[in-house]
Structures are given as C-alpha cells and as structure tokens.
Ligand binder design. Structure first.
Ligand SMILES: Cc1cc2nc3c(=O)[nH]c(=O)nc-3n(C[C@H](O)[C@H](O)[C@H](O)COP(=O)(O)OP(=O)(O)OC[C@H]3O[C@@H](n4cnc5c(N)ncnc54)[C@H](O)[C@@H]3O)c2cc1C
Length: 397
C-alpha cells in the first residue's frame, strides 16, 4: 500500500464505507481506491445489528423518516429523499437478497446480517476496490508530494503512510469499541479544525434508583408510554419532557426495549422517568402483578388500591444513568461542517480545494452528528449518506 497515491481512500469498512464502495465503479475509469478497515474484520457492527438479523431500513414513505432523526432530520431530508428506503430495497433485491418486513422493519428474508455484508463486500470488489484490513489510521494530514498537488497523507498504525487525492471518513461512532469503532478518528478530525460534538452513547438501556423488576428480566410489555422529564429544554415534546410509546423490556439491571432506547437520550441522571403501562393489572404478567402489589402495600400489609392504580398509570423512577453500550452514538462531526448535498466537509470541498490545491474530504454514516430512533433508521442514514457521497465522487472522478 505504501507510496501509492490513491484517487479515493475510504477510512472505515463498516456499513457506510462498504456501501459507498459497492456503489462506485472505479474499475471503468481506471481509478485506484481502497477501503481501510482498522480491525481484522470489516462490518463487525453490521453483523451484530438487529440481533444478527440486520434491520436494514424501515418500510413506508421516506417522508415519514425525517421526524425520526430529531433535530438532525431537516438537514438529512435531501439525502434521504435522493437515496430512499425503496431504492435501497430494490438494490438489495436486484442482487438476489430477498427481504421481509415485520411491523415496518425490513430484514433480509434469511434473517442473517452476513448476507447483507457479503453483498456489500462482493459489490465493492466487483467495482475494483481494494480492501485493507488491520489498517488503523492514526493520523490524517495534508501533504505536499513531489510533482503532485497536495494530497491527504493517511498514516497507518505501524505500517507507514499512504496518499489519497480524496478521502472519505466512515469510521462510525464510539459504542461497542470492540468492533473497531472507538471514536479515535473524531479526535483526528478535531485536530484538522473540524467541529465535532462530543460523542456519547444513545439508544441505550436506562438505569434507575431502586429498580424493582430485575427478576422479570427478559419480559417485555407492549404499547407502554415512557416520559422522561429533563432539566433543560433539550426535550421537545412538552418543553420539559420527552414522550415515547412502544414496547419496554425488563433486564436484570434496568429498563430496555424500543420505547426506552428511543427516549434514553433525554433520560438525565437525577431526573425522573415515568412509565405508564396503559393496562389493567390483570393484563400484565402474573409475576409483575405480584411485584406491583407488593410495592402498593401499606404499613398494615394490605394492598392499597389507589397506590396500585397510580403505579399502573405512573410508575416513577429517578434515573441513575444510561448504559455506555448504546446502539448508536449521539454527537460526531457537526452538520454545519458538512455540505449535506454531497457529504463533503465544506472547508475541504473540492472547489475550495482546487484553489488551494488540496483534495476533498467526505464524512458519512454514524460519524456525523445525527442518529435515528430504532427500527432501521440508523442503517438508512448510513446508506443514504454513503450513496450521496458516491454521487459526488462519481462527478469528481
Ligand atoms: C447491537 C447493535 C444493533 C444494531 N442494530 C441496528 C439495526 O438493526 N438497524 C439499524 O438501522 N441500526 C442498527 N444499529 C446501528 C448500526 O449498526 C450503525 O449505525 C451502523 O453500523 C454504523 O455504520 P458505520 O459504517 O457508520 O460505522 P461502523 O459500522 O461502526 O463502521 C466503522 C468502521 O470503521 C472502522 N474504524 C474506526 N476507526 C478507524 C480508524 N481510525 N482507522 C481505520 N478504520 C477505523 C471500524 O473498525 C469499523 O469497522 C445497531 C447497532 C448496534 C451496536
């Protein structure tokens, strides 16, 4: 790899980096491109997504997606519309991957995320991309090479440097660092003067004080309303609170399940979280009925019916924290830094770059400061941003 000047280097061999390579044919124009994956195996997080089944996107109209990314939704609208869920499903089906839908969530019919990863790697190879594993990037700088415009110097840990006319950051977030996504690239980008919002776990189980349901671990309750009362106006639903409806799951140590994961970004330590089951006592699992009754007993040992009714309507807890293993990362490269119609970092945009004699720099996938709720929206963000960057690179090369 050393001493070669590549036309395009993609840093990160996860969902977004591989999707870009799978959709950009560099063989025909005779370009040199490589995907650099820091770990020994590309796509480790993709393999674990959806519990190994890979919920690739959500069904329905792409117009409904925008609201699922919170404050980042409007900025993402353009690339979501340009490369929608329907286009994605057709693409996979065209490559022989049958899909199936469960309550709006779209999966490969095989229920194997490996089938999705195999297609991405196969198409990237067909498009003539090299894939370098064990290629951890630990520095990125603009470099002057003899007889060439300045290019990106990409230093590989323990393996020297390679050079690229254009670079794409597809290094994901900070959660599940054992997959290789450790946030190290975000620090390197900060060093280039790019604004990065502090990364933190999102879509995570929530822990509370005096959690009474550890013995119900594994049991889920459908259609529950969860309200998180925040200390500031970050919560959108009523100015002070965020509210979500969906399934909750009891774990040994705290609350999980879609409604909890989706609200976890608003669950602040020391603040209240309210669970409203929206059911009669008899509709809940027997073991849970016993716990609720015990919690509603007065000093005499009798079950107080008023207290029981209030627990069903608002089972309130004080948040102690959220799990550090969130499904995604909140924070990342600030959207203000990115031209969302191309996914280029504005200050390294090609037009600007030409004037200054430097290459373009792109950022896609979970590395940007945006995330969606559960249900396939986070992988769709990866696909749509990767395809938007691929369009731009096609025009550029
Ligand atoms: C348990 C779990 C389940 C999930 N389930 C779903 C689901 O069903 N549906 C859904 O939509 N979303 C799901 N998600 C979220 C989704 O998987 C991620 O948002 C998505 O995989 C992010 O893709 P990415 O390519 O941006 O980053 P990643 O997949 O994290 O890939 C980034 C890659 O870059 C590499 N890298 C990092 N730093 C460097 C470096 N310095 N040099 C070289 N390489 C580097 C990493 O090794 C990694 O392979 C899930 C996440 C988790 C953790």
């Amino acid at each position: 790899m050393a001493d070669t000047i590549y036309d395009i280097v993609v840093i990160g061999g996860g969902a977004s980096g591989l999707m870009l390579a799978a959709n950009l044919d560099i063989g025909e124009p005779g370009l040199r491109g490589i995907v650099l994956e820091g770990s020994q195996r590309p796509g480790s997080k993709l393999l674990m997504s959806g519990g190994g089944r890979c919920n690739i996107t959500h069904g329905g109209s792409i117009k409904d997606f925008v609201d699922c990314y919170g404050a980042a939704g409007p900025a993402l609208r353009r690339c979501l519309y340009k490369h929608s869920n329907l286009e994605l499903m057709k693409w996979f089906e065209g490559l022989g991957v049958d899909l199936t839908e469960e309550e709006g969530r779209v999966f490969p019919a095989s229920m194997k995320s490996k089938d999705i990863l195999d297609v991405l790697i196969g198409e990237a190879a067909r498009n003539m991309w090299q894939l370098g594993t064990d290629a951890k990037v630990d520095a990125l700088t603009l470099s002057q090479v003899p007889d060439s415009d300045p290019v990106w110097e990409i230093r590989l840990k323990g393996r020297g440097s390679i050079y690229a006319r254009n670079a794409v950051i597809a290094t994901g977030g900070i959660t599940y660092p054992e997959t290789g996504s450790d946030g190290s690239m975000l620090e390197i980008l900060r060093g280039l003067g790019i604004a990065v919002s502090d990364p933190r776990p999102a879509l995570a189980p929530v822990y509370v004080k005096d959690y009474p349901y550890g013995s119900l671990s594994g049991i889920s309750i459908p259609d529950v309303t969860v309200t998180a009362f925040g200390s500031d106006a970050a919560c959108t639903c009523s100015g002070k609170a965020a509210r979500m409806k969906g399934d909750i799951l009891f774990t040994h140590e705290g609350f999980s399940g879609p409604a909890i994961l989706n609200i976890s970004g608003f669950a602040e330590p020391g603040e209240q979280i309210r669970i409203s089951y929206g059911k009669e006592l008899e509709e809940l699992p027997k073991r849970m009925q016993r716990i609720l009754k015990d919690r509603a007993r007065g000093d005499s040992g009798d079950v107080r019916t008023k207290k029981l009714a209030s627990l069903l309507d608002h089972d309130d807890f004080t948040v102690t924290g959220t799990d550090r293993r969130g499904m995604v990362t909140a924070g990342g490269v600030s959207l203000d830094e990115i031209d969302m119609s191309t996914m280029r970092i504005r200050k390294f945009s090609y037009e600007n770059a030409r004037a200054h004699g430097t290459g373009a720099l792109y950022v896609i996938g979970e590395a940007i400061d945006a995330y969606g709720i559960t249900g396939g929206y986070n992988l769709q963000l990866c696909w749509s941003t990767a395809l938007t960057a691929a369009d731009s690179l096609t025009a550029l090369v």
